[in-house]
Design a binder for this molecule. Sequence first.
Ligand code: KIV
Length: 278
Amino acid sequence: MSATGETKAMTPPDIRMRKGQTPLVCLTAYTTPIARLVDRHCDIVLVGDSVGMVLHGLSSTLGVTLDMMIMHGQAVRRGLVRSLMVVDLPFGSYEESPEQAFRNAARLMAQTGCAAVKLEGGEKMAETIRFLGARGVPVMAHVGLTPQSVNTFGGYRVQGRGDDAERIRRDAGAVTEAGAFSVVLEKVPEPLAKRITAEIAVPTIGIGASLACDGQILVSDDMLGLFSSFRPKFVKRYAELGDQADAAIAAYAADVRERRFPAAEHLYANETKAGGVT
Ligand code: KIV
């Protein structure tokens, strides 16, 4: 709570200070109703570019545009009170130059009200992260498996096995040095996640990166059982809402076909009842 009694939202410095403390709880949201549901329980709500695959049926995140992120960001903003809202910079909106990244990050912040952006990449993005930080744009970095590079990796493979671990360590170190306030570590082996978490000064947020991380993130639709096109090993299903929705829709269809719906309680009387309730 603030001095005025209003609930104060988490800030990037609050998140940074959670290094080594109680694990950070993070989920994605793309709409107002899901944002309202997750806000009470989360420290960070990410408007991820996974929205392209989860809500728009794209086969990768590469087709997601800045306008899509702005529209979903605005919807999520309306549902959040206390969590830190972070919005992904989509593929093609930041890689060209620090100036391009700033222009698009500033649009995201101004038009959605997010307090930070996330971008993918390690050493190569360090200069951009420094440039953004110096101009009022807090950055959450994302290293390991970076889905926007799916074509370079040749699939959504585990990153940082064997000798490749050094590359991911350098990436995590470089983005931390550049001023990222937290680092998403995706799909890396546990010993590497442990080492990076011990080495860098800001919280690591794991997705397929073990309990060693300072926090965890999942795609809400994955953990709720609403997205079933594929299911990575790192996803734990906390509900099967997709199955429940299927059963509900089947029951509705049967009721309509059998003329059981609408029933008497769903009908409007010809005249207003005493008290004026319709
Ligand atoms: O786009 C996304 O949802 C993400 C998280 C899974 C980390 O980047």
